[in-house]
Design a protein around this ligand. Structure first.
Ligand SMILES: Cc1cc2nc3c(=O)[nH]c(=O)nc-3n(C[C@H](O)[C@H](O)[C@H](O)COP(=O)(O)OP(=O)(O)OC[C@H]3O[C@@H](n4cnc5c(N)ncnc54)[C@H](O)[C@@H]3O)c2cc1C
Length: 444
């Protein structure tokens, strides 16, 4: 089979891996110049190693992603720093840490031993997990996370300290707007599964080097090659006037809608076209700071306390020097999810306020950290369409289309996940299977 994949993000590349393994000759069209899409390497001055377009975090439940890494010869155990679930605030006031006990004891012990929560909040946390389990991890489709919290009588302090940060990190959507059903799935897969599923996995290389580079080496890559014409039919597909037997379209839904508008209307598939157009998006900002001297955080990843009035919008800070194993450096990444408040024009103020947030909260840590050294370089990435807004009632397309020669992939397809890497990879594997049933099935 002569197959094409359009888009070299994690979805498109996962599809290319599965199609190649099933014997197809695969060509990947990518508008950009680096494999990885929204999770890719970026070169920039002032930093020794390449950066990423945004700090990413994986978890032990990302089984398909870890399996795909192995399938292209990459070793997740060497390339990802694996840590048991531990949420700790940089100011030292909050800590939740899962001991190495079998599930679900690890979670019970984490909740009951949490620092900075009242007894009522600790027990409420376990009550929500029990309540969701009783509901079969299926919250009503039209509920927001805020409604779910209200229904399970979750105290405000617990929502602010635990559920909101998890919701923002996983769904990139504030609790008042986020889908309760997707949130429940995230909790089921990460916190309620086996203990190791809740492990946090931190990339020790740039995101393209994790596995997209290796996947790209196995196929024919056409970088800087934007697909502008797509004509699917029952027995083949024309891409920029070149004929293929079949293709996976693995680009963002708004772009897919533009490419497919004509063919979908002709096929009478107005519903799919409307679904592709119906997504809204949420931004994520990542501030990379290079410090003028080495500086260690107590943990590789720590929570920040937000104070919007002062521009302290960061939710997490990552000690990149520690994660990358560079003891002689000081390098941080500060993450702002659902970053609608950050506008391009305020860059210098945003950088200053986020650096100030980290320095101030570190100075409150009980371990008496040395003061944060002055930044020597700063790079602020704002991904305006980082993920789709994970709101209730979304109608997400399947991987199939009206044509047997065209499959859809992307984190936005109906994966059961919010816009995350594991969803992207799962969708790519599923799309490959739509085109060729011999392509290995995604693991459950
Ligand atoms: C800043 C940031 C932080 C994130 N943090 C996390 C995290 O911590 N954990 C997590 O699991 N997920 C996270 N995500 C989400 C994760 O990155 C995405 O879910 C995932 O990368 C989506 O992959 P994809 O293949 O579906 O889409 P994309 O990565 O968007 O891939 C689409 C590709 O298609 C290309 N393309 C578009 N149009 C065309 C065309 N016409 N012709 C050819 N090529 C085209 C694009 O250039 C792109 O490379 C984050 C995302 C961002 C932006």
């Amino acid at each position: 089979m002569k197959a094409a994949v359009i888009g070299a993000g994690w979805a498109g590349l996962a599809a290319s891996v599965a199609l190649r393994e099933a014997g197809a000759k695969v060509t990947v069209f990518e508008a950009g110049h680096t494999p990885g899409g929204r999770a890719r390497r970026v070169f920039t001055g002032g930093f020794d190693a390449p950066l990423d377009n945004g700090q990413h975090l994986l978890c032990g439940a990302y089984r398909r992603t870890l399996a795909v890494m192995r399938r292209v010869g990459r070793n997740p155990d060497a390339l990802l720093m694996r840590r048991p679930l531990r949420l700790a605030s940089l100011d030292g006031r909050f800590r939740l840490s899962a001991p190495r006990l079998p599930a679900p004891l690890h979670l019970a012990a984490a909740a009951l031993g949490a620092r900075g929560l009242s007894w009522n909040e600790r027990l409420s946390m376990l009550r929500l997990m029990r309540g969701l389990k009783r509901m079969g991890w299926a919250a009503p489709r039209e509920w927001t996370v805020a409604q779910l919290m209200q229904y399970h009588a979750q105290p405000e302090g617990l929502v602010r300290q635990v559920w909101e940060p998890i919701c923002l990190a996983a769904l990139n959507t504030p609790v008042a707007a986020a889908s309760a059903a997707l949130f429940a799935h995230v909790l089921r897969d990460s916190l309620a599964g086996k203990r190791e599923h809740s492990d946090l996995l931190l990339p020790c290389t740039d995101l393209s080097a994790l596995w997209p580079d290796a996947a790209a080496r196995q196929v024919t890559m056409r970088y800087g090659s934007t697909v502008r014409q797509l004509r699917p039919s029952a027995d083949g597909i024309d891409i920029n006037q070149e004929r293929f037997d079949a293709a996976v379209l693995a680009i963002q839904p708004a772009h897919a809608a533009r490419l497919l508008a004509g063919p979908l209307r002709e096929a009478g598939a107005e519903g799919l076209l409307a679904a592709l157009k119906s997504f809204e998006y949420q931004p994520i900002a990542t501030l990379n700071l290079r410090l003028s001297a080495p500086w260690r955080l107590p943990e590789p990843m720590m929570m920040l306390r937000e104070d919007h009035a002062r521009g302290h919008l960061g939710q997490w800070v990552f000690d990149r020097a520690q994660i990358l194993g560079d003891a002689k450096a000081g390098e941080l990444a500060v993450v702002v999810s659902a970053a609608a408040g950050i506008a391009e024009t305020q860059r210098p103020q945003v950088i200053e306020a986020l650096a100030d947030q980290v320095a101030e909260q570190a100075s409150a840590h009980p371990a008496r950290l040395p003061p944060m050294p002055e930044p020597s370089a700063a790079e602020l990435f704002i991904e305006k369409r980082a993920t789709f807004a994970a709101v209730p009632g979304l109608s997400r397309p399947l991987n199939t289309t009206p044509w047997p020669t065209l499959a859809l992939a992307g984190d936005w397809t109906d994966t059961g996940y919010p816009g995350v890497l594991e969803g992207a990879v799962a969708s790519g594997l599923q799309a490959a299977r739509v085109l060729n049933p011999r392509a290995q099935a995604p693991q459950p």
